[in-house]
Design a protein around this ligand. Structure first.
Ligand code: MG
Length: 202
């Protein structure tokens, strides 16, 4: 399986990092070794001093497809989840300064905690609330109506370049409020009122 992630998909988050608003989705990948499942803890790596949380809605691809038409894109995912796109902001800033790829800042071991996946049927995907708490304090509070590129546009766009396969996961971008984590922290991520993911930082 592969993990495809979208950067800069919420205007307020673009502003907080002083990034430019993209004309097309910003796409990067994480390897399968980035996955953390079943609320497994995250071990703070020694190569960074500034790991940030980014809470994001996930799509789970349910069948193979490429060059997917946007109007059929909804047929390629039945389930959604919530995940954290851990980012080594210090390494990413160095890469960005030099115009280099971000992989080491985004795809390191454990950089992709994901929740269980749940049926999309009971949700309005165009108006979905999601949030992240750090040690009980609300830090990020997003709504999918604020995405620059909605889910179906993302699926159509990335499938031009990468054949999507059953089990692939798409991270759809983070709202504003990203911030650093520290050893001992407890992160909790919610879709609407339901807590679906917990990560302890060790
Ligand atoms: Mg992200």
């Amino acid at each position: 399986m592969k993990i495809i992630a979208i950067g800069r998909n919420y205007a307020a988050h673009i502003a907080e990092l002083n990034n430019e608003k993209p004309a097309q989705p910003v796409v990067f990948m994480k390897p399968d070794t980035a996955l953390l499942r079943k609320n497994a803890p995250f071990y703070y790596p020694e190569f960074s001093k500034d790991i940030h949380f980014e809470v994001e809605i996930l799509l789970k691809i349910n069948r193979e497809g490429k060059y997917i038409d946007q109007k059929f894109a909804h047929k390629y995912y039945d389930e959604i989840g919530i995940g954290i796109d851990f980012t080594a902001r210090d390494l990413q800033s160095q890469c960005k300064e030099k115009g280099l790829p971000w992989e080491i800042a985004k795809g390191f071991n454990g950089s992709a905690p994901v929740s269980e996946f749940i049926s999309k049927e009971n949700f309005n995907l165009a108006d979905l609330n999601f949030s992240l708490r750090q040690n009980g304090e609300l830090k990020q509070n997003g709504n999918t109506s604020l995405m620059l590129f909605p889910f179906d546009e993302i699926v159509a766009y990335v499938s031009q370049y990468f054949t999507l396969k059953k089990g692939d996961i798409i991270f759809t971008g983070t709202p504003s409020g990203v911030g650093p984590i520290a050893i001992g922290d407890k992160l909790e991520a919610y879709i609407e009122e339901e807590k679906l993911l917990e990560v302890e930082i060790k």
